[in-house]
Design a protein around this ligand. Structure first.
Ligand SMILES: C[S@@+](CC[C@H](N)C(=O)[O-])C[C@H]1O[C@@H](n2cnc3c(N)ncnc32)[C@H](O)[C@@H]1O
Length: 506
C-alpha cells in the first residue's frame, strides 16, 4: 500500500467495549501472539522484520492465508487482504467490526488496515498494541502526528524500569501506551499523559484491548498532573534534539517542541514535586556536551540545586555528524537523497550554534530522598551489553547507593561484605613473570563492570566471603603486608563503596 503524499492521518481506533472484547477473543484464538507470529514467519523473516525489512515476511505469508499469516500481512505489512481471509482470521468481530473500530477501511472485496496491530509480551503477559502503520507498510514518509509503535527505546525503558509494587504511577508521553501496559502489572492506579490527542486515542484503545483502566490526560510534560504525586514516574520522552528550522519536519513522537536538549533538562529539573518522598522517576534522554566540557559537567549543571538522588547511566555517545545522519533519515527520508543532506545540514548548523561536540544518550533514574540527607549522585558509563532485565539491577543499585549515602566509613568497615557470585578475576602478566601486572575484576551481570584492582583490593576480594568484617579483613591484610592499617583503610574504603554501589560486594 503506497500512500499519497500529504494525505491526512487516518482517524485513530475507537473503543467499543463489545467489539474490543470480540477482537481480543479472535486474536487469541487465531494464535496471533509473539510466539505464534515468530513460529509462523520462521527465524529469517522474523529477524528481517525486526530490521524493518518486509520482503521475507511478505514471501513467508503468501497465499493461501492461514489466520496468523493474514493478520501479519494485514496489520504489520499493510497489505490488502480479501474479506474472506480477514473474516476467517477474525470470525466473531468480522470485517464490519474491524471497520467500526476504525482499524481498517473496505476497498471492494478487499480490506485495508488503517493502523498497525501487533502482539507484544513480557514474562507474565500477552498484549496487542495498535499504533500508526509504519513506513514498512505505507512506503511513505511518516506524518508529523504519527503515533509510534513499540521501538527499541520503548523496550529499553521497560527493561530498566523497577517493578516493585506501587500505589500510583505516571507514564509521561505515553504514545501508544506501552509503558502503561507494563506498569499495570505492579501498580494500583496509572495516569498516562501525552500532548497528542491521537496518541491518547491509541493508548485508550490499547488499554481497553488489554482490559486495563488507565487515567489518560492530555497536556505538556507535567502540566496534566500539577499538584499530584506518584511513587513511580516513567517517561520515554520526545528526547530527540531537533533543529527548530522551518524545513525540518516536527514529529510529535520524537520532538517535544523545545530547542536542544531542553525537554529532558526541564523534566529532570521539575519532576521532584510530582514524586512522593521515596518515589522514583525513570526516563530516557539525550544530552548535549559542548566543547571543553564533559557529560558529567553537563549533568552537574542540570542537577544543581535539585533535591533528588540521581543515577545517570550514559549508554552511547555520538558526534554531531553521526546524530544528524541517524535522525535525518528517521521518518522515511532516503539516505543519500538531497532531502537527507538538507536535513543533515540543518542538524549540523543547529549543533554548531550551541558549540556542541558530542551528544550522550542514556537512562536516568531519579529518587526523592525519604529524609533530609544530601542527595547522592552516580554518573556512570556503560557502553556495552548489560543485564536483561535491568530493573532488578536498578532497584538493588538504588538501595545500595542510598545505604551508602546514609552510612559513614566506619559503618562500611563494620560490615562483613561478600564478593558476589558473578564476580571473576583476570590476571595478566608478562610471560614468566611471578606477579601479574594487571588484575581486572569483572562483574558477570548488572552493568557488567570491569574494575582494575590493585594488590590490596585483590587481596580483600579474595577474603570477602561474608564472614569477616571489612575492618578485620583490612587490618589482617595490613599486618601480613607490613603496611599501616590506617593507610590501607583510607585506600580501600572508597573502592569498597564503589563495588558495593554496583553489587560486586553485598
Ligand atoms: C518517544 S514517544 C514514547 C511513546 C511510548 N511511551 C514509548 O515508550 O514507546 C514520546 C511521546 O511523547 C509525546 N509528547 C511529545 N511532546 C510532549 C510534551 N511536550 N509533553 C508530553 N508528551 C509529549 C509524543 O506525542 C509521544 O507520544
Amino acid at each position: 500500500m503506497v500512500e499519497q503524499p500529504g494525505s491526512p492521518s487516518p482517524a485513530p481506533p475507537v473503543v467499543d467495549p463489545a467489539l474490543v472484547a470480540r477482537l481480543r477473543a479472535d486474536l487469541a484464538s487465531a494464535g496471533f501472539t509473539v510466539d505464534g507470529v515468530a513460529e509462523r514467519l520462521g527465524p529469517v523473516a522474523a529477524a528481517a522484520l525486526r530490521r524493518e525489512q518486509r520482503l521475507p515476511a511478505l514471501l513467508a505469508t503468501a497465499a493461501p492465508l492461514d489466520p496468523v499469516a493474514a493478520l501479519v500481512r494485514f496489520f504489520t505489512l499493510g497489505q490488502p487482504v480479501a474479506r474472506a481471509d480477514l473474516e476467517a482470521a477474525l470470525p466473531t468481530l468480522r470485517v464490519e467490526g474491524v471497520a467500526a473500530l476504525r482499524l481498517a477501511r473496505l476497498k471492494g472485496d478487499e480490506v485495508v488496515a488503517t493502523c498497525d496491530l501487533r502482539p507484544y509480551a513480557e514474562d507474565a503477559h500477552d498484549w496487542w498494541v495498535a499504533s500508526d502503520l509504519s513506513e514498512l507498510a505505507t512506503r511513505a514518509p511518516l506524518r508529523p502526528d504519527h503515533v509510534l509503535g513499540i521501538g527499541g527505546a520503548s523496550t529499553t525503558l521497560a527493561t530498566w524500569t523497577i517493578r516493585h509494587r506501587v500505589d500510583r504511577a505516571l507514564d509521561l508521553g505515553t504514545g501508544c501506551g506501552v509503558q502503561a501496559l507494563h506498569l499495570a502489572g505492579h501498580t494500583g492506579s496509572i495516569v498516562a499523559t501525552d500532548i497528542s490527542e491521537r496518541a491518547l486515542a491509541f493508548a485508550r484503545f490499547n488499554a481497553a484491548l488489554a482490559g486495563l483502566d488507565v487515567d489518560l490526560r492530555r497536556g505538556d510534560l507535567l502540566d496534566p498532573v500539577a499538584g499530584e504525586r506518584f511513587s513511580l514516574i516513567v517517561s520515554n520522552p520526545p528526547f530527540v534534539i531537533t533543529p527548530r528550522a522551518d524545513d525540518v519536519p516536527v514529529y510529535e513522537y520524537r520532538d517535544g517542541g523545545r530547542s536542544g536538549d531542553a525537554i529532558v533538562r526541564t523534566l529532570v529539573r521539575t519532576v521532584r514535586d510530582a514524586l512522593e518522598p521515596g518515589g522514583v522517576a525513570q526516563l530516557l534522554g539525550n544530552w548535549e556536551v559542548p566543547h571543553g566540557r564533559t557529560w558529567r559537567d553537563v549533568w552537574g549543571d542540570w542537577l544543581a540545586g535539585i533535591d533528588l538522588d540521581a543515577w545517570v547511566v550514559q549508554r552511547e555517545v555520538q558526534d554531531p555528524a553521526e546524530y544528524a545522519e541517524l535522525w535525518s533519515r528517521d521518518g522515511g527520508v532516503v539516505p543519500g537523497s538531497s532531502a537527507h543532506e538538507r536535513l543533515g545540514a540543518a542538524w549540523l548548523r543547529d549543533f554548531a550554534s550551541r558549540d556542541v561536540e558530542a551528544i550522550g544518550f542514556g537512562v536516568v533514574t531519579l529518587q526523592r530522598p525519604l529524609t533530609e540527607r544530601r542527595p547522592w549522585r552516580s554518573l556512570d558509563e556503560a557502553p556495552g551489553p548489560v543485564a536483561a532485565p535491568m530493573g532488578p539491577v536498578i532497584e538493588a543499585g538504588l538501595r545500595a547507593r542510598t545505604w551508602l549515602a546514609e552510612h559513614t566509613d566506619e559503618d562500611v568497615l563494620a560490615v562483613a561484605w561478600a564478593c558476589a557470585a558473578d564476580v571473576t578475576e583476570e590476571r595478566h602478566g608478562r610471560p614468566g613473570a611471578d606477579d601479574p601486572s594487571v588484575i581486572i575484576v569483572r562483574q558477570g551481570g548488572g552493568l557488567r563492570r570491569a574494575v582494575r584492582a590493585g594488590t590490596l583490593l585483590a587481596a580483600y576480594l579474595g577474603v570477602a566471603d561474608g564472614e569477616l568484617t571489612a575492618a578485620t579483613a583490612l587490618d589482617a591484610i595490613a599486618t601480613v603486608l607490613g603496611l599501616d592499617p590506617a593507610a590501607v583503610r583510607a585506600e580501600l574504603v572508597p573502592q569498597i563503596r564503589d563495588l558495593v554501589a554496583d553489587g560486586l560486594l553485598s
